[in-house]
Design a binder for this molecule. Structure first.
Ligand SMILES: [Zn+2]
Length: 399
């Protein structure tokens, strides 16, 4: 198994971290087993990246810049926002200086040029082997704007695309008010992120969004390819990817590795319990019957009790997201993917967001190892990984 480690150094406008801390944490891994890649970002702190580059090159480890694309970049450049179906733009909030989750329109070519400029101005002189592209999507149901953020974008550029595809925007608006639209009118889960919908207008809408993300990403990847960078992509778990505009199988053809975030116990963006709750919340409600209905549709075994979900704590109280289902997701993706799949698992502990312990790490790594994947990405921040979690991971990868 190949092992990649992720380090979060703070947002574009956030405070950075001391190199000594990165060094100490990294050595606790790399002195004990082979790490193939380190992904680090995205504070604007050139000396920190340079010192880390020297350390990694000494240990023959590939170095990737963790670079958010359609969100966060708004902190450094003025980007055109997403526009909702009522015609109002979704503007930035000032909640968190490190991560704002404000998304710009991925279809706007000026946005794309400004995003690549951000790389060029801040990171191009540092010796990275590659870039790891994150936030390559639209907002999910868990985003601050909920459903309003998912049913975007209706800016003039995007409307042009809908027209050229003969997509009926008025019909979409009608469907959004239809009571039959409960749980998006999902009929069947076909696997690898694809669903059958009751209403054709909904499936075409998500299809157009997937195309927009794909073609914009193609341009961005071309920019990095020309500069000889390797490329990794951070994507949602397959069953959630559809609602964010990600066709992950197709996207896997653009890069050198793909990291589906298979966070079974994370109650923060991309976490499976968190995103599932938000999807239900925004489309039908989080009553037990709706959980049962959705889990049945996904093929999660019926004995899996939706009641284990604890609304108070915002997570699955005693039980992380179903492991057999997540293994199947990884297995199906590995068969179809055009590049190696590195499963993303959460090793760090972050208050109110993720509390994995060694038992969870053991269960997850052992199960995912049988899914046909090429490796793991230990996520999402080495600096918040407790020693006992690191020890468990080291023990499993060394055995
Ligand atoms: Zn747009």
């Amino acid at each position: 198994m190949e092992v990649t480690v992720q380090i979060f150094t703070g947002g574009f406008s956030g405070a950075s971290v001391p190199f000594e801390l990165i060094e100490q944490k990294l050595l606790s891994f790399i002195n004990r087993f082979r790490v193939t890649k380190v992904i680090m970002g995205w504070s604007v702190d050139k000396p920190l990246y340079e010192k880390t580059a020297a350390l990694l090159s000494k240990h023959n480890i590939e170095y990737y810049l963790w670079f958010p694309v359609f969100s966060e970049t708004g902190a450094l450049k003025n980007l055109s926002p997403l526009v909702d179906y009522t015609g109002s733009s979704i503007d930035k909030s000032d909640n968190n200086p490190d991560e704002d989750f404000f998304f710009c329109c991925p279809n706007n070519r000026f946005n794309i040029a400004k995003i690549t400029d951000i790389f060029n101005e801040n990171f191009a002189s540092i010796k990275f082997n590659g870039v790891f592209l994150d936030r390559i999507r639209y907002p999910s149901f868990a985003g601050e704007q909920g459903k309003r953020g998912v049913f975007t974008c209706f800016c003039p550029e995007c409307i042009k695309i809908y027209r050229s595809e003969n997509f009926d925007i008025e019909k979409l608006k009608l469907s959004l008010c239809d009571p039959e639209f409960s749980l998006l009118g999902l009929k069947k889960y076909l696997g690898s992120g694809m669903y059958e919908f009751q209403d054709k207008v909904i499936s075409s809408f998500f299809q157009i969004k997937r195309n927009i993300i794909y073609y914009s990403l193609q341009r961005i990847c071309m920019y990095f390819r020309k500069k000889n960078y390797s490329i990794g992509l951070d994507v949602f778990a397959p069953f959630l990817s559809q609602f964010t505009g990600q066709d992950i199988v197709k996207l896997s053809g653009l890069c050198d590795f793909i990291k589906p975030m298979m966070y079974r116990t994370t109650c923060a963006p991309a976490g499976l319990p968190f995103e599932t709750e938000a999807l239900l919340q925004q489309t039908c409600g989080t009553e037990n019957d709706n959980y049962k209905r959705f889990f049945k549709l996904l093929g999660i075994k019926p004995e899996y009790p939706p009641s284990a979900y604890d609304v108070q704590s915002g997570g699955f109280k005693n039980k992380p997201f179903d492991v057999d289902f997540t293994v199947k997701e990884l297995h199906d993706l590995s068969l179809l993917s055009f590049c190696p799949v590195y499963a993303g698992i959460e090793i760090n502990r972050v208050k109110d967001a993720a509390q994995p312990d060694p038992a969870y790490i053991e269960e997850t790594i052992k199960a995912y190892s049988k899914a046909g994947i090429r490796g793991f990405t230990l996520s999402w921040n080495l600096l918040d990984m407790p020693e006992e979690n690191i020890d468990k991971a080291v023990q499993l990868f060394s055995s």
